[in-house]
Design a protein around this ligand. Structure first.
Ligand code: SF4
Length: 189
Protein backbone atom coordinates (compact mmCIF):
# COMPACT_ATOMS: atom_id res chain seq x y z
CA UNK A 1 0.00 0.00 0.00
CA UNK A 2 2.79 2.46 0.90
CA UNK A 3 4.12 2.43 -2.61
CA UNK A 4 0.87 2.28 -4.45
CA UNK A 5 1.25 4.25 -7.64
CA UNK A 6 -0.49 7.56 -8.02
CA UNK A 7 -1.61 8.86 -11.33
CA UNK A 8 -1.09 12.36 -12.68
CA UNK A 9 -4.76 13.06 -13.13
CA UNK A 10 -5.32 12.64 -9.37
CA UNK A 11 -2.32 14.61 -8.20
CA UNK A 12 -4.01 17.98 -7.56
CA UNK A 13 -6.76 16.34 -5.55
CA UNK A 14 -4.29 14.25 -3.57
CA UNK A 15 -2.06 17.27 -2.91
CA UNK A 16 -5.03 19.03 -1.37
CA UNK A 17 -6.18 16.16 0.76
CA UNK A 18 -2.99 14.43 1.83
CA UNK A 19 0.19 16.48 1.38
CA UNK A 20 1.72 18.04 4.49
CA UNK A 21 2.01 21.81 4.36
CA UNK A 22 5.68 21.78 3.26
CA UNK A 23 4.81 19.80 0.11
CA UNK A 24 1.51 21.51 -0.50
CA UNK A 25 3.32 24.82 -0.56
CA UNK A 26 5.94 23.58 -3.05
CA UNK A 27 3.26 21.99 -5.19
CA UNK A 28 1.19 25.18 -5.30
CA UNK A 29 4.23 27.33 -6.05
CA UNK A 30 5.22 25.04 -8.89
CA UNK A 31 1.71 25.25 -10.36
CA UNK A 32 1.75 29.04 -9.91
CA UNK A 33 5.29 29.94 -11.00
CA UNK A 34 5.97 26.95 -13.31
CA UNK A 35 9.36 26.80 -11.67
CA UNK A 36 11.09 25.78 -8.45
CA UNK A 37 14.68 26.31 -7.45
CA UNK A 38 16.99 23.38 -6.77
CA UNK A 39 16.12 22.89 -3.08
CA UNK A 40 12.42 22.81 -3.90
CA UNK A 41 12.86 20.43 -6.82
CA UNK A 42 14.75 18.03 -4.55
CA UNK A 43 12.36 18.24 -1.61
CA UNK A 44 9.18 17.89 -3.68
CA UNK A 45 10.65 15.57 -6.30
CA UNK A 46 11.84 12.97 -3.81
CA UNK A 47 8.61 13.22 -1.85
CA UNK A 48 6.62 12.52 -5.02
CA UNK A 49 8.83 9.56 -5.76
CA UNK A 50 8.07 8.28 -2.23
CA UNK A 51 4.37 8.82 -2.85
CA UNK A 52 4.57 6.47 -5.82
CA UNK A 53 4.85 8.76 -8.82
CA UNK A 54 6.63 6.77 -11.51
CA UNK A 55 9.61 8.27 -13.33
CA UNK A 56 7.76 8.75 -16.62
CA UNK A 57 4.92 10.52 -14.87
CA UNK A 58 7.37 12.60 -12.84
CA UNK A 59 9.09 13.73 -16.05
CA UNK A 60 5.74 14.58 -17.63
CA UNK A 61 4.64 16.46 -14.55
CA UNK A 62 7.77 18.63 -14.20
CA UNK A 63 8.07 19.11 -17.94
CA UNK A 64 4.51 20.40 -18.25
CA UNK A 65 5.17 23.09 -15.64
CA UNK A 66 8.73 24.08 -16.53
CA UNK A 67 7.91 24.22 -20.24
CA UNK A 68 5.58 27.11 -19.55
CA UNK A 69 8.42 29.07 -17.98
CA UNK A 70 11.66 28.05 -19.67
CA UNK A 71 10.42 26.07 -22.68
CA UNK A 72 10.41 22.32 -23.25
CA UNK A 73 13.82 22.28 -24.89
CA UNK A 74 15.53 23.91 -21.96
CA UNK A 75 13.68 21.62 -19.58
CA UNK A 76 14.96 18.58 -21.44
CA UNK A 77 18.48 19.97 -21.48
CA UNK A 78 18.81 21.36 -17.98
CA UNK A 79 16.24 19.85 -15.68
CA UNK A 80 15.25 16.37 -16.84
CA UNK A 81 18.62 14.99 -15.75
CA UNK A 82 17.98 16.00 -12.13
CA UNK A 83 14.68 14.16 -12.09
CA UNK A 84 16.11 11.00 -13.57
CA UNK A 85 18.96 11.39 -11.08
CA UNK A 86 16.51 11.40 -8.16
CA UNK A 87 15.18 8.09 -9.45
CA UNK A 88 18.66 6.63 -9.63
CA UNK A 89 18.78 6.70 -13.44
CA UNK A 90 21.80 8.99 -13.79
CA UNK A 91 25.18 9.58 -12.18
CA UNK A 92 26.00 7.19 -9.37
CA UNK A 93 22.58 5.62 -9.80
CA UNK A 94 21.79 5.94 -6.15
CA UNK A 95 18.11 5.61 -5.40
CA UNK A 96 17.73 8.75 -3.30
CA UNK A 97 15.53 8.76 -0.24
CA UNK A 98 12.83 11.37 0.40
CA UNK A 99 13.79 13.92 3.07
CA UNK A 100 12.74 13.52 6.69
CA UNK A 101 11.17 16.33 8.72
CA UNK A 102 14.39 16.76 10.63
CA UNK A 103 16.33 17.34 7.45
CA UNK A 104 13.71 19.73 6.06
CA UNK A 105 13.40 21.67 9.32
CA UNK A 106 17.16 22.14 9.51
CA UNK A 107 17.45 23.35 5.91
CA UNK A 108 18.02 27.05 5.28
CA UNK A 109 15.86 28.32 2.42
CA UNK A 110 17.06 31.59 0.92
CA UNK A 111 15.24 34.35 -0.94
CA UNK A 112 13.06 32.87 -3.69
CA UNK A 113 13.26 29.38 -2.23
CA UNK A 114 10.08 27.55 -1.31
CA UNK A 115 11.52 24.46 0.33
CA UNK A 116 11.87 24.02 4.08
CA UNK A 117 9.23 23.50 6.78
CA UNK A 118 6.54 26.21 6.87
CA UNK A 119 6.15 25.82 10.65
CA UNK A 120 9.79 26.76 10.98
CA UNK A 121 10.39 29.02 8.00
CA UNK A 122 7.16 30.96 7.37
CA UNK A 123 6.34 34.21 9.14
CA UNK A 124 3.49 33.77 11.61
CA UNK A 125 1.22 35.77 9.32
CA UNK A 126 1.92 33.57 6.30
CA UNK A 127 1.61 30.43 8.38
CA UNK A 128 -1.79 31.51 9.72
CA UNK A 129 -3.01 32.21 6.19
CA UNK A 130 -1.73 28.87 4.88
CA UNK A 131 -3.32 26.92 7.74
CA UNK A 132 -6.63 28.68 7.25
CA UNK A 133 -6.54 27.72 3.58
CA UNK A 134 -5.90 24.11 4.63
CA UNK A 135 -9.12 24.24 6.64
CA UNK A 136 -7.68 24.45 10.16
CA UNK A 137 -10.26 26.12 12.41
CA UNK A 138 -9.60 28.92 14.91
CA UNK A 139 -9.10 26.87 18.06
CA UNK A 140 -6.71 24.29 16.61
CA UNK A 141 -4.92 27.08 14.73
CA UNK A 142 -4.04 28.78 18.01
CA UNK A 143 -2.76 25.44 19.36
CA UNK A 144 -0.58 25.04 16.27
CA UNK A 145 0.84 28.56 16.64
CA UNK A 146 1.54 27.84 20.29
CA UNK A 147 3.63 24.79 19.34
CA UNK A 148 5.48 26.83 16.74
CA UNK A 149 6.32 29.53 19.29
CA UNK A 150 7.84 26.80 21.45
CA UNK A 151 9.77 25.54 18.41
CA UNK A 152 7.89 22.21 18.36
CA UNK A 153 7.47 22.18 14.59
CA UNK A 154 6.64 18.50 14.15
CA UNK A 155 4.05 18.72 16.93
CA UNK A 156 2.56 21.72 15.14
CA UNK A 157 2.34 19.61 11.99
CA UNK A 158 0.81 16.73 13.95
CA UNK A 159 -1.90 19.05 15.33
CA UNK A 160 -2.57 20.27 11.79
CA UNK A 161 -2.91 16.69 10.61
CA UNK A 162 -5.41 15.98 13.38
CA UNK A 163 -7.38 19.15 12.69
CA UNK A 164 -7.79 18.52 8.97
CA UNK A 165 -8.43 14.77 9.25
CA UNK A 166 -10.56 14.84 12.39
CA UNK A 167 -8.55 11.86 13.54
CA UNK A 168 -5.60 11.44 15.87
CA UNK A 169 -2.06 10.84 14.72
CA UNK A 170 -0.61 9.01 17.69
CA UNK A 171 2.86 8.42 16.31
CA UNK A 172 3.37 12.12 15.54
CA UNK A 173 4.72 13.43 12.25
CA UNK A 174 8.37 12.68 11.58
CA UNK A 175 8.41 12.31 7.80
CA UNK A 176 6.36 13.97 5.06
CA UNK A 177 5.76 10.61 3.40
CA UNK A 178 4.51 9.21 6.72
CA UNK A 179 2.07 12.13 6.92
CA UNK A 180 0.93 11.26 3.41
CA UNK A 181 0.57 7.54 4.10
CA UNK A 182 -1.35 8.12 7.34
CA UNK A 183 -3.62 10.57 5.56
CA UNK A 184 -4.37 8.17 2.73
CA UNK A 185 -5.06 5.38 5.19
CA UNK A 186 -7.65 7.52 6.96
CA UNK A 187 -9.25 8.81 3.76
CA UNK A 188 -9.49 5.36 2.24
CA UNK A 189 -11.00 3.71 5.31
FE1 SF4 B 1 6.75 18.93 6.33
FE2 SF4 B 1 7.62 17.66 8.50
FE3 SF4 B 1 7.40 20.33 8.48
FE4 SF4 B 1 5.24 18.78 8.53
S1 SF4 B 1 6.83 18.94 10.15
S2 SF4 B 1 5.53 20.58 7.23
S3 SF4 B 1 5.87 17.07 7.22
S4 SF4 B 1 8.79 19.10 7.25
Amino acid sequence: REHAEISLKDIDQIAKSSFPLCMRHLFEKLREDHHLKHGGRMQLGLFLKGVGLKLDDALAFWRAEFSRKVGAERFDKEYAYGIRHNYGKEGKRTDYTPYSCQKIISSAPGVGDHHGCPYRHFSEENLRAALTRMGVGNRPLEDVIDKVRNRHYQLACTLTFEAVHGSSCDAGVNHPNQYYNDSQRILES
